[in-house]
Design a protein around this ligand. Structure first.
Ligand SMILES: *Cc1c(COP(=O)(O)O)cnc(C)c1O
Length: 431
């Protein structure tokens, strides 16, 4: 569900005309809908009614300060993966004391920063990490709250680069070894066992993998509660969104039509599947959704530079590239592409960026309308793992970001200047 809709052949984000917005802020430009994010948060929270739930937004999906402020105002906590993310939450006025710190490679500095800011819990991925946390907590004369990330070894049925819950993945402690690691934690003086955690992958569009993982974990979770008095079970994130027909998915009737057929995940379907498995555990349930919260709440606006016609293939060359939105090149991801102003012109073409890489391609043999030179296109479902994965390849500046709320729009990240791009570079004297 999202708030990007056509009115009279013009694409709006809430009450803002996206062609006018592109004219004002330039392209490439990410645009986010605050209303969509609020609605996603509300729906997910509501679908888990009956549980004692805390939603820790996985901010790596979109860590813009304005987006973090919005989540903070909604009452969300955060799933953090770096010292930089801790600092972002502090800067946005969010609460570290209810947030969790995840990741396989936490440095000593990051652990210290999290401890000093009173992080709610560390999600521990290995024994050496546990011992390091114990050492640093001892030095600071603090007790470090921890949960062990257990790898339940279930197949999330998603892309190989984003599956995390199989035994061959680098994430978590193998299921059978979890009791040993909890025993180790119990023997460390400066850690306090607080919970247990799983996260099986990303862009999961069926309920079955979530159900399988929770069912497998239940006996262990009950044992940990009895033995160590854990107070929470984090069931991770990974809820998938609609990438195909992303435009149509903004229409509630579309979900009714595909319901059952495509088995796409809605928060309601997710809630119906997991709540019965969790509600009698007597534990706080943490959720760490990233993509679901923001994915469909953002688009990337890009302008057509050239239309290049060749005998066997057409190319629509746009001013965004793989450095701005990496997902198609990295995950072979599908993104729907539509014009911000519809017209009669039609073309079947590859939509490509200007970078000299075959992978710099957003779509192959796509049927497009309103994609002539100078026209603006919206690349859908770009709110998650979009701007945060952008870079400067080809000395292209980081794009801008705009947040829309009703009829208001504010630039929340300015387009990078050339001076900013080269600010940290130096030519040494000996040259
Ligand atoms: C990335 C990640 C998430 C969020 O994943 P989404 O698919 O964006 O919901 C949650 N928890 C952990 C531990 C992660 O690494």
């Amino acid at each position: 569900m999202h708030e990007f809709k056509y009115r009279d052949h013009k694409l709006f984000c809430e009450s803002v005309d996206l062609r006018e917005l592109a004219g004002r802020h330039g392209t490439p430009c990410y645009v986010y809908s605050a209303g969509t994010i609020r609605e996603n948060y509300r729906r997910l929270a509501q679908s888990l009614e009956g549980l004692n739930v805390r939603i820790c937004y996985a901010m790596k999906a979109n860590s813009n300060l304005a987006v973090l402020r919005l989540f903070s105002k909604l009452g969300a906590s955060f799933d953090l993966v770096s010292g930089g993310e801790i600092r972002r939450v502090l800067k946005a006025g969010g609460d570290i004391g209810t947030s969790v710190f995840a990741g396989v490679g936490k440095t000593s500095e990051e652990i210290e920063l999290a401890l000093r800011n009173g992080v709610f819990s560390f999600h521990v991925e290995s024994e050496p990490e546990l011992e390091r946390i114990d050492r640093i907590a001892g030095k600071l004369k603090l007790k470090a709250p921890v949960a062990v990330r257990v790898n339940p070894d279930v197949d999330a049925g998603t892309h190989a680069k984003i599956t995390t819950g199989k035994s061959e993945n680098k994430f978590g402690i193998p299921f059978d070894r979890a009791p040993d690691v909890y025993r180790l934690a119990a023997n460390l003086k400066n850690v306090e066992i607080r919970g247990v955690q799983i996260h099986i992958g990303s862009q999961i569009t069926k309920t079955e993998p979530f159900v399988a993982a929770i069912e497998k974990m239940r006996p262990l979770v009950e044992k940990l509660k009895a033995q160590y008095g854990i107070t929470y079970f984090s069931i991770g994130g990974g809820l998938g969104i609609a990438y195909d027909e992303a435009l149509a998915s903004g229409d509630p009737a579309w979900w009714e039509r595909v319901d059952g057929g495509k088995n796409l995940l809605t928060p309601e379907r997710y809630g119906r599947a997991v709540v019965p498995l969790l509600k009698d555990l007597g534990l706080e349930i943490l959720l760490e959704p990233g993509r679901f919260m923001v994915g469909n709440a953002g688009v990337l606006l890009t302008r057509v530079e050239h239309v290049k016609r060749a005998p066997d293939r057409n190319f629509v060359v746009v001013d965004a590239a793989m450095n701005d939105l990496l997902r198609p090149a990295m995950y072979e991801a599908f993104h729907e592409i539509v014009p911000v102003a519809e017209n009669e012109a039609r073309i079947t073409a590859d939509v490509v960026g200007p970078i000299c890489e075959t992978g710099d391609c957003f779509a192959k043999r796509r049927e497009l309308t309103g994609a002539g030179e100078g026209d603006v296109l919206a690349v859908f479902s770009a709110g998650a793992y979009g701007y945060v994965m952008a870079g400067r390849y080809n000395t292209r500046p980081m794009p801008s970001e705009v947040l829309v709320d009703g009829d208001r729009a504010a630039e929340v990240t300015a387009r990078e200047t050339f001076a900013q791009m080269v600010a940290n570079e130096k030519i040494p004297d000996f040259l």
